[in-house]
Design a protein around this ligand. Structure first.
Ligand SMILES: Cc1cc2nc3c(=O)[nH]c(=O)nc-3n(C[C@H](O)[C@H](O)[C@H](O)COP(=O)(O)OP(=O)(O)OC[C@H]3O[C@@H](n4cnc5c(N)ncnc54)[C@H](O)[C@@H]3O)c2cc1C
Length: 379
């Protein structure tokens, strides 16, 4: 785990119920994350950073998820952007300088990949770069931009140029003062309420240096897609683990009230544990696979169909298993789990994990997998 996460998790827990109730940004916990250096932890030593291993980031997402799902999701979304820049910048380019500056002046980076008209299909864009006075500009209709109003920078996918194919995309980093956000919706959702993710029309003008040179298709397969699925599944596991812990605390309290008598809820808890164990196993093994594939020179395996299937399967499994564990915990705790104001409440956990199957719709991923399964040599 990264330094500062334990303290951030404690602060996040203190405010989690209120963040959820008011659908407000977890400003206190994110401030601790900024001050602790955790936001820039992945910046490599060669650029003046701590060069923290990716595993520490993933485990930090798990830990934050155990205390506040929204804080964990904000942290995870930011780390996806940083990891992408770390893995795809080029020596001496604008992004190398940006990453160096992050170490002393932490900045929160939001993600603008989803687009009205393409939904969660990260592989296509309608918005495109065009020439403008002072550089390049774009306008993108984004249905959901988490913590947009609280971010310092935005990593946005657009087509390379107005005449480029839908799949010929690049990633552009714009700062807040280069970006305007025109609200196009509200944010009063079922769960993950503290991520504050309404829609915006995003407009920015940037210098050409602020466009990552690597094609987005490479960035997506080698980094953004697998990393998203790994950090998201870690935080969903964190939320599910806390729901399980609350159900267990309830069962222990029941047992303490009637020493020596059988506790039927304990058997139900055992069923929940077996679901949690499956989730743990899949999340842990996907992290190990990703780290192993990332360590190979050139990362060739990450561009294979087998790797796409492997990390898509993680997302599908984790997004279904996490709410299942939370619902199981609710079944164990009963009405005190259903109420929002008891030590055994798991309503927030269940609602937060129900967002998992929508964050890139599972049916969309199944459709991608279906195509890959027909042609992939190895699975
Ligand atoms: C809490 C939260 C925070 C988010 N934060 C961000 C963010 O910061 N930045 C960002 O870019 N995105 C973010 N997203 C993701 C984004 O909102 C959605 O992934 C995206 O908008 C897709 O929305 P959609 O479900 O309407 O679209 P679609 O993916 O089009 O899905 C709509 C419906 O159609 C079905 N469907 C669509 N395509 C297919 C298909 N090919 N085959 C079968 N069925 C299909 C789906 O199953 C779904 O039921 C966030 C999502 C959530 C839940």
């Amino acid at each position: 785990m990264l330094p500062g996460i334990a303290e951030a998790a404690k602060v996040a827990a203190d405010h989690a119920a209120e963040v959820d109730k008011d659908a407000r940004f977890p400003v206190e916990a994110v401030q601790v994350l900024r001050e602790s250096g955790a936001l820039a932890a992945l910046v490599p030593v060669s650029l003046g950073g701590a060069g923290a291993p990716f595993e520490s980031v993933a485990r930090s997402c798990f830990e934050l998820g155990r205390h506040c799902g929204a804080t964990a999701m904000v942290f995870a979304m930011h780390q996806i952007q940083v990891a992408t820049l770390v893995r795809h910048h080029e020596e001496g380019d604008w992004f190398a300088g940006y990453l160096s500056r992050l170490v002393d002046s932490p900045r929160l980076i939001a993600s603008v990949t989803s687009e009205v008209g393409t939904g969660g299909d990260m592989g296509r864009s309608i918005a495109a770069l065009s020439q403008a006075e002072g550089g390049l500009c774009f306008e993108k209709k984004a249905p959901t931009v988490s913590y947009a109003a609280h971010a310092d920078d935005y990593l946005t996918t657009v087509r390379r140029a107005a005449d480029a194919e839908a799949g010929d995309q690049v990633a552009v980093l714009s700062s807040r003062d280069q970006t305007t956000l025109e609200p196009s919706g509200t944010w009063d959702p079922l769960g993950m309420r503290g991520t504050c993710s309404p829609g915006f029309t995003v407009r920015a003008t940037v210098s050409p240096d602020q466009v990552l040179a690597a094609p987005f298709a490479t960035i997506a397969s080698e980094s953004m897609v697998p990393i998203s699925h790994i950090v998201w599944s870690h935080l969903w596991l964190g939320i599910a683990t806390d729901a399980f812990d609350r159900a267990r605390a309830f069962v222990k309290a029941l047992a303490a009230q009637k020493p020596g008598e059988p506790v039927p809820a304990a058997a139900r808890l055992s069923h929940v544990l077996s679901d949690l164990s499956l989730l743990r196993g899949e999340v842990g093994s996907a992290l190990r696979d990703f780290v192993e594939m990332s360590e190979e020179p050139g990362r060739p395996r990450l561009s294979t169909m087998a790797a796409a299937l492997r990390f898509n399967s993680l997302k599908l499994a984790a997004s279904e298993q996490a709410p299942k564990v939370c619902q199981g915990a609710l079944g164990v705790a009963g009405i005190v789990g259903f109420k929002n104001d008891t030590p055994f409440s798991v309503g927030r956990h269940l609602r937060d994990t129900m967002s998992a199957c929508l964050m890139v719709a599972n049916e969309r991923i199944h459709e991608t997998n279906a195509g890959l399964l027909l042609v992939a040599k190895e699975v």
